[in-house]
Design a binder for this molecule. Structure first.
Ligand code: ADP
Ligand code: MG
Length: 486
């Protein structure tokens, strides 16, 4: 683990430590809403996915969606957390035009998932981050203020959609750790297929709690920065907010516990309101809903059905395929990337496959802003290319050219090599002839090389050039040395 001092930031009165805890709101992958059968589909016409329950018509009763419960339990298992066989729903009361019920159904007193932990990696150092709880709750609708100068509109399509709120312990000590945590949570949710993790669409968002203290002191007063919607902004908001708090304290002031907003354009956090406490919401158990109860067999059954999770996959890539921790970590962050790699590596050298996938393919995809599903080079094509290198049919250098051809024109690597005459020349007769030619044309270089054997490399380069990079470099080297008598 990194020394704690790595994360300290300097102030006028000495070093400060940042303390961070995150509340991640993740929209549950489910066809229907948490307490109604209305669709959760994104992008429908306003108010087209609204049942009488979501519109809070008098007398309508909520009915819990079994699939949302299963998704929350799966997520809890993926976070190595305690699953509570009995949980309850509470009303969180507040007024807002996009909340027709006048309250949000949430779980305050007895959440469905209790304490857990996940491991994050920052610059090669592993650290465990505690999970406080996970609870189910409803999303609100959306107010639209910018369609007409005189009116505001309300779209209830999101009203009642299931959210999981995942609350961490205040265990993070830097912006990087918080970013690694959110990335890891998102990876786990995506592997589990319990949330798509799409922060741009608002399907996953984070409230970021930040405080500062002198190392060893008690926790300081925190501010909560609401609804930060990208991993980059989470990092920026933390650093800016910590600096603001340090400046206030060092000027002799004190931090007010409040809810703030991060404005990326202004590069500052701004106060929204003073922090509300649980009692401000008049929480009470929802009388329309019975306690949610299930047995251990139900949990065990869901556990048996879980897919391989990123930590397990990483361990397997390292143990079975000989990958470094770095390569394995890069590959497992995204499940589609890991699947692509596995398809390439099946029956092939793991390290060589990892190199090609990470350096060539991912490098190229990044440059074009593409995801692996959009790759013009399929796993089968890349595998075939690697086979051509392994069988010494082509050199690694030519393989990069073939990769480019497959990328832009498509086609089978073996056929491309055949058609364009790119096969590696291992025939010593042909190489000898090329070496003889270069030697005969450069008597001065020959003399120099005899005095200084390091210059033999120049001849190897010339022969490679003369053969269009197709000569086997080891064979060229051996023949050059023999011809020059080195
Ligand atoms: P609330 O629901 O009022 O926001 P919680 O007790 O659920 O409050 O805590 C919210 C988050 O704040 C948690 O992720 C927790 O880890 C974090 N947190 C609590 N105290 C601090 C602190 N002093 N500094 C930073 N984060 C904190
Ligand atoms: Mg909160």
């Amino acid at each position: 683990m990194a020394a704690a001092t790595d994360n300290l930031i300097a102030g006028a009165t000495g070093d400060w430590e940042i303390v961070i805890g995150l509340e991640v709101h993740a929209q549950v992958n489910s066809k229907a809403k948490l307490f109604s059968g209305a669709s959760t589909e994104f992008g429908g016409a306003p108010n087209s996915h609204v049942s009488l329950v979501d519109a809070a018509m008098p007398g309508m009763l909520p009915v819990i969606n079994r699939e949302c419960v299963a998704q929350a339990v799966r997520t809890g298992l993926g976070l190595n957390a305690q699953i509570n066989l009995r949980s309850t729903f509470d009303r969180k009361n507040y007024f807002y035009p996009d909340l027709p019920q006048g309250y949000q159904i949430s779980q305050l007193y007895h959440p469905i998932v209790g304490e857990g932990e996940i491991e994050i990696d920052v610059d090669g150092d592993a650290k465990s981050i505690g999970i406080e709880r996970l609870h189910l709750e409803q999303d609100a609708g959306k107010s639209i203020h910018d369609m007409h100068p005189d009116y505001s509109y309300v779209d209830l399509n999101r009203s009642g959609v299931a959210l999981m709120e995942i609350v961490s312990k205040p265990d993070m000590r830097s912006a990087k750790e918080a970013q690694a945590y959110v990335t890891k949570v998102r990876t786990i949710l995506r592997y589990l297929d319990t949330c798509d993790g799409d922060m741009e669409k608002g399907n996953m968002r984070a409230d970021v709690n930040v405080s500062v203290r002198k190392p060893g002191d008690e926790l300081g007063t925190r501010c909560e920065i609401k609804n930060v919607n990208s991993i980059r902004f989470i990092g920026q908001a933390i650093e800016i907010e910590a600096r603001r708090q340090i400046d206030i304290i060092e000027d002799g002031g004190k931090i007010d516990q409040e809810t703030r907003l991060y404005d990326p354009r202004a590069g500052e956090t701004r106060s929204m309101r003073s922090k509300e406490e649980a009692h401000d919401y008049r929480y009470f158990p929802d009388p329309d809903l019975l306690p949610l109860e299930f047995d251990q067999a139900y949990v065990d059954d869901l556990k048996t059905g879980l897919p391989e999770l990123p930590d397990e996959k990483r361990a397997r890539f390292m143990a079975d395929m000989g990958l470094s921790v770095y390569d394995a970590s890069v590959l497992v962050v995204d499940k589609d990337n890991a699947d692509y790699f596995e398809a390439v590596a099946a029956g092939r050298d793991g390290k060589m496959s990892a190199n090609w996938v990470i350096n060539e393919l991912f490098g190229r995809l990044n440059k074009e802003g593409l995801e692996v599903e959009q790759s013009p080079v399929s796993a089968a094509q890349l595998g075939e290319l690697i086979d051509l290198i392994s069988s010494d049919t082509i050199s690694g250098k030519i393989a990069k050219d073939v990769f480019e051809i497959v990328w832009s024109e498509g086609g089978a690597p073996a056929a491309i090599v055949e058609e364009r005459g790119l096969k590696q020349v291992t025939d010593t007769g042909a190489i000898e002839a090329a070496v003889d030619e270069v030697v005969a044309a450069n008597p001065d270089q020959v003399k120099k090389a005899i005095d200084n054997p390091k210059l033999a490399g120049w001849f190897v380069g010339q022969v490679m050039k003369a053969t269009g990079g197709k000569a086997n470099p080891q064979a060229v080297q051996a023949i050059v040395k023999a011809k020059l008598g080195l």
